[in-house]
Design a protein around this ligand. Structure first.
Ligand code: SF4
Ligand code: SF4
Ligand code: FES
Length: 258
């Protein structure tokens, strides 16, 4: 990839200069535009107290470059839209304070492993939807047939409900996929987010799928046996999901289900 550095000069207000001057180096590329070529573009702005990368990027878009593409919805670490590579590490821009970096120069890249929409915006939705369809992320109750919205909710032990809730906190941000060496080497690898979804539905006693069924989905190199256990997924997951223990558990279960 051809990259070049250019700096957009910004007229910083000297009176407001009570913090650091940040430099955000951002990979700009819009594959929808024929004339667009990948390039690093640097923007400078004044750091403010409590500034997150979300705030910094919005400031750049509002005052310097309205063409900058990035995604946000909730600003609270809930929607999973703002995943990007921040100084080499996948993370959520809305949960990242600029003050946590001692170096005022910060580099932002789009998450690898997903279709690029443009600049820092990637299509995680397409990936997550395909994954959900592959795993069929809904309760499979073969006797009940089609779901009946008028039927009473099935009771569940609170302890089990809590365990399921713990595994169901994924916000589909894509950080674990971007941090996964296996996923970056082989496109068909399912990745940690898929294993977490399998673990969640496997635990749910309303779901009648057995380990033989799950083996058909994750019991090969595309699945749990392709995982190299380097745990980049656990390292970057903003929801601190227990990837290490669930991957080890699923691997053991799949081995005994053959
Ligand atoms: S532990 Fe497995 S799923 Fe997690 S990052 Fe490493 S290879 Fe990917
Ligand atoms: S498992 Fe964690 S890192 Fe992966 S998509 Fe879900 S919340 Fe994001
Ligand atoms: S904007 Fe929703 S998680 Fe960051």
């Amino acid at each position: 990839m051809n990259t070049r550095i250019s700096v957009k000069n910004v007229d910083l207000d000297a009176d407001a200069n009570n913090g650091r001057t940040l430099t955000l180096n951002i990979l700009r590329y819009n594959p929808q535009l024929d004339e667009s070529r990948p390039q690093m573009v640097s923007y400078q702005l004044q750091e403010a107290p409590g500034m997150t990368l979300f705030i910094a990027l919005n400031e750049i878009r509002e005052f310097q470059d309205p063409s900058l593409l990035f995604d946000f919805v909730c600003r609270a670490g809930i929607c999973g839209s703002c995943g990007m590579v921040i100084n080499g590490r996948p993370g959520l821009a809305c949960r990242t304070l600029t003050s946590q970096f001692s170096d005022p120069e910060i580099t932002l890249l789009p998450l690898p492993g997903f279709d690029l929409i443009g600049d820092l915006s990637v299509n995680t939705g397409k990936f997550m939807r395909a994954l959900s369809e592959n795993i069929e992320t809904w309760i499979h109750d073969y006797e009940a047939g089609l779901p009946n919205i008028d039927s009473l909710e099935q009771p569940m032990e609170p302890e089990l409900a809590e365990q399921i809730y713990e595994l169901d906190r994924c916000i589909e941000c894509g950080c674990c996929i971007a941090a996964c060496g296996t996923k970056l080497m082989r496109e068909d690898f399912l990745g940690a987010v898929a294993f977490m979804k399998v673990a969640r539905f496997r635990l749910d006693d309303r779901d009648q799928r057995n380990d033989h069924h799950w083996y058909g989905i994750i019991g090969d190199d595309q699945g749990i046996f392709g995982c190299m256990s380097l745990l980049g997924c656990e390292e970057v997951c903003p929801k601190d999901l227990p990837h290490q223990s669930q991957i080890a558990f699923l691997r053991r279960k799949m081995l005994t289900s053959i």
